[in-house]
Design a binder for this molecule. Structure first.
Ligand SMILES: O=C(O)CCC(=O)C(=O)O
Ligand SMILES: [Fe+2]
Length: 248
């Protein structure tokens, strides 16, 4: 492994599109171990759908050893350090499941996507980067993570026009919906169909959302997110240069 994980072409791609997909980025041994741990945690089995639970958020799963958490894997940390110049913090793990919906045969692309950082506890501020991978392969209509390519640019334009909205006050307007961001996207949404262990890194302003799974295999999405180390100082700022707080 070299110090610089990403080539300049990959960095240019990330800056232009707001995301970067790295195929087979996680070792098979790690994926195998995650699979074992999640089924053990759920007290269920891949081969016995009748015993599958149904929660979207897989609560209380602590991947062990800790260095096997998505955001702690050395190759993931290397990418994050390269993009953030060592100033991005976080990388904690979260698993979100999309269980097969046997009763649904018609799949629809979601009509809007959100940006992260505006959860139930309010605005966290300083969110910079997310990463998503899967524990099992995800085919089309199989509960993929959905993203709007290049929407980081239109979201940036939105906040340049309405800088005070960065704190989440865009939600105060009556009739508000996440479409205020994703409807501005220069490109339509895509499904992140991928093999287990392929990783998508995504810019904090990239619109995204989950989607229904009408296939056979549960979608276990593994997420990690990073904030800026100086977030208390920079969280209200909308720099004209979208990459001001990045090292790329
Ligand atoms: O489940 C997904 O693929 C999307 C989840 C998501 O956007 C989130 O938790 O912020
Ligand atoms: Fe999200």
């Amino acid at each position: 492994m070299t110090d610089q994980m990403l080539t300049s072409e990959q960095i240019d791609f990330f800056k232009t599109n707001g995301y970067l997909i790295l195929e087979s980025f996680i070792e098979t041994e790690t994926i195998d171990s995650w699979q074992q741990q999640i089924w053990q945690h759920l007290q269920a089995d891949l081969s016995d759908p009748s015993g599958w639970p149904n929660p979207y958020v897989v609560d209380g799963l602590k991947i062990e050893p800790e260095k096997q958490i998505l955001g702690q894997l050395p190759q993931v940390r290397q990418v994050v350090d390269q993009l953030g110049g060592g100033l991005f913090n976080g990388g904690g793990g979260q698993v979100l499941a999309q269980w097969p919906r046997k009763e649904e045969h018609q799949w629809q692309m979601p009509n809007s996507g959100h940006i992260d950082g505006y959860g139930p506890n309010g605005w966290s501020g300083g969110f910079m980067l997310g990463a998503t991978t899967y524990m099992y392969d995800v085919e089309s209509e199989g509960g993929a993570f959905i993203y709007w390519p290049k929407s980081h640019l239109s979201t940036h334009d939105y906040f340049l026009a309405y800088p005070t909205h960065i704190d989440g006050s865009f939600r105060d307007k009556e009739g508000w919906g996440w479409g205020i961001f994703s409807d501005r996207s220069p490109e339509p949404p895509c499904q992140f169909t991928a093999k287990a262990g392929d990783v998508i890194f995504w810019h904090c302003f990239l619109c995204h959302t989950g989607s229904a799974n009408i296939r056979q295999v549960p979608r276990f999405g593994v997420f990690a997110r990073w904030s800026h180390q100086e977030k208390e100082n920079m969280r209200y700022e909308i720099p004209a240069d979208l990459w001001k707080y990045w090292s790329i």
